[in-house]
Write a protein that binds this ligand. Structure first.
Ligand code: HAM
Length: 539
């Protein structure tokens, strides 16, 4: 049996109803706060994440699904190798154009014997390429023209890569020399990565589509993300995020603490609407780039005498990106990490004021939070406000969502200055914490009625009736005329239908149907026109 790959999973009904419920509540909340949806590709160039999320982060250095997207013929490498192989001869690149598909270069040269050659470089010596070369040669032979600046014989030469480790030359019947050159004439076209998160992609799209022109962008996304983490409860290799980004030029207010507070208040509303209680909002400021460079310097100093006692990752991070030491999960390293300086001691005046303003608004709107100056988040782009919502019921993987400001990210990706703030909820974890709550129990809508055709020729009548009922917003399951009555009852019960509706010849004639409540066993005959109302009024 072929199974789903470790760390991935199938979401099956009825659980998918909970996912749909979550997503519809979330979309409603986003609408109320004037967020609009963005959908970015599931894979991006690797460089986006390396530059956006940071080379030293666990995500980029260990967890990405990255591949080289095929190999491409490197024509230039072949031309250069050929030039080197013929370094003793004098030749000149007279023309260069691409005469057809698969043919990449046309050159002419004279050697000392005054035999002119038209040299073509291609991946293979197939008929199309040889024909094109023969045609090119024929243009140079014959009466003088603006093309024909050769006075001697003109010959065609086709240079192709050789799979065997030796160079060779052969000649076709038409006198075309085929030269095979051994070497590496392929380059990998591009490195691609399945997105491990969506902020870098959203900011890339912001830059690419000049969204700056729109002022403040309030974007949200729902979709799968991929990280090669060790799978466990609440941690998957394909997981789903519901995220949002508020980004725009500073002139549009993107830097204001009001944006941070609004986002956090929206999250509190969202969790409340979903019926999730018992969450904790942990809040910190990781400072501006300037604050952080002072902090990193202090960390480097503090780590220098102790780093040798730490894990290999930390020893490396202590030099390259000391902030990332806080991501360390190795238990033996924790006492050392505990003694390190804290970012709160390095916040400049601006960061401090910004952070205080965020807290003030949160207090005024009644969103509870706790300050945690150990919280630095595992992605490099964060500046100033950083936060996580945790939930007790989740166990070890208790971070239900995380986010923060990333005021320099757009510039790091080559875009304009565009302060921003966002978050991503782990939808898998959100659904897990919901399943324990009562709200989730009511989200699956079972069929209101099971329409059971009874006897030959009744499928058509049953289909007509089901269509009428479904048009009146009923959830209807449809049986089959080959089922005996007993089997129809069993199928209706299995589907969880409230009622079974028998459609037999007599019923159709009478325009009235036997409607039986499957829970109580009570049965009534109801006129066709009254059926939907009768069923809906009872639920
Ligand atoms: P993050 O903290 O890496 O932030 O991920 C956000 C949330 O995604 C986590 O809190 C967790 O609930 C969920 N999550 C992460 N990894 C997994 C996994 N392997 N399995 C299940 N759930 C997981 C970001 O991704 C940032 N892009 C958030 C952001 C948006 N910051 C600013 N804007």
């Amino acid at each position: 049996m072929i199974k789903a790959v470790r760390g991935t999973r199938d979401l099956l009904p009825p659980e998918t109803a909970v996912w749909n419920f979550v997503e519809s509540v979330v979309r409603d909340v986003f609408r109320a706060y004037n967020f609009q949806e963005i959908r970015t590709p599931i894979f991006e160039s690797t460089e986006l994440f390396a530059r956006g999320v940071g080379e030293e982060t666990d995500i980029v250095s260990k967890e990405m699904f990255t591949w080289e997207d095929g190999e491409r013929f490197d024509r230039r490498a072949l031309v250069d190798a050929w030039r080197r192989a013929h370094a003793g001869k004098s030749f000149e690149e007279v023309e260069s154009y691409s005469p057809g598909e698969g043919i990449t270069e046309l050159e002419c040269f004279y050697d000392e014997t005054h035999v002119a050659e038209i040299v073509m470089f291609s991946t293979r010596a197939d008929e199309a390429v040889l024909n094109a070369l023969a045609e090119a040669v024929s243009k140079f032979v014959g009466p003088p023209s603006h093309f024909n600046h050769f006075s001697e014989t003109v010959r065609g030469r086709l240079v192709v890569p050789s799979p065997v480790p030796a160079n060779s030359e052969s000649m076709t019947e038409d006198g075309i020399v085929i030269e095979k050159l051994h070497g590496a004439f392929h380059k990998s076209s591009q490195s691609l990565t399945l997105r491990p998160e969506n902020t870098a992609g959203a900011v890339r799209a912001y830059i690419q589509h000049d969204l700056e022109k729109r002022g403040l962008n309030k974007l949200y996304y729902i979709g799968p993300q991929f990280r090669r983490e060790r799978p466990q409860k609440g941690r998957y290799r394909q997981f789903y995020q519901i995220g949002a980004e508020v980004i725009g030029p500073a002139s549009a207010g993107s830097e204001s603490p009001a944006r941070d507070a609004e986002l956090l208040e929206m999250l509190a509303t969202l969790l409340d609407r979903l019926g999730i209680t018992g969450w904790t909002l942990e809040l910190n400021s990781v400072g501006t780039a300037t604050d952080r460079s002072a902090f990193n310097e202090a960390l480097r100093k503090a780590l220098d005498p102790v780093k040798d006692k730490m894990c290999g990752d930390c020893q490396r991070r202590a030099v390259t990106n000391p902030l990332r030491v806080f991501d360390c999960k190795v238990p033996e390293d924790q006492p050392i990490i505990e003694t390190l300086p804290r970012i709160s001691q390095f916040l400049g005046e601006d960061s401090r004021k910004h952070f205080e303003a965020v807290q003030e608004i949160l207090k005024s709107v009644g969103v509870p939070f706790t300050l945690n100056d150990r919280l630095v988040r595992g992605l490099d782009y964060y500046t100033r406000t950083a936060f996580e919502f945790t939930h007790g019921a989740l166990g070890a993987q208790n971070a239900i969502l995380g986010g923060g400001r990333y005021d320099g990210l757009s510039e790091a990706l080559g875009g304009p200055a565009a302060p921003g703030i966002g978050f991503a909820i782990g939808e898998d974890r959100l659904v897990m914490s919901l399943q324990e709550s009562a709200a989730a129990k009511d989200v699956v809508r079972k069929p209101d009625a099971y329409v059971a055709p009874l006897g030959a020729g009744m499928n058509a009548e049953a289909a007509r009736l089901a269509r009428e009922l479904r048009r009146q917003d009923l959830v209807v399951e449809l049986g089959d005329e080959t089922f005996r009555l007993k089997k129809s009852f069993e199928a209706a019960t299995k589907a969880g239908a409230k009622y079974i509706l028998i459609v037999g010849e007599n019923e159709v004639k009478a325009e009235a149907f036997a409607l039986k409540n499957l829970a109580t066993g009570e049965q009534v005959s109801v006129a066709r026109a009254e059926l939907a109302r009768s069923i809906l009024s009872s639920s």
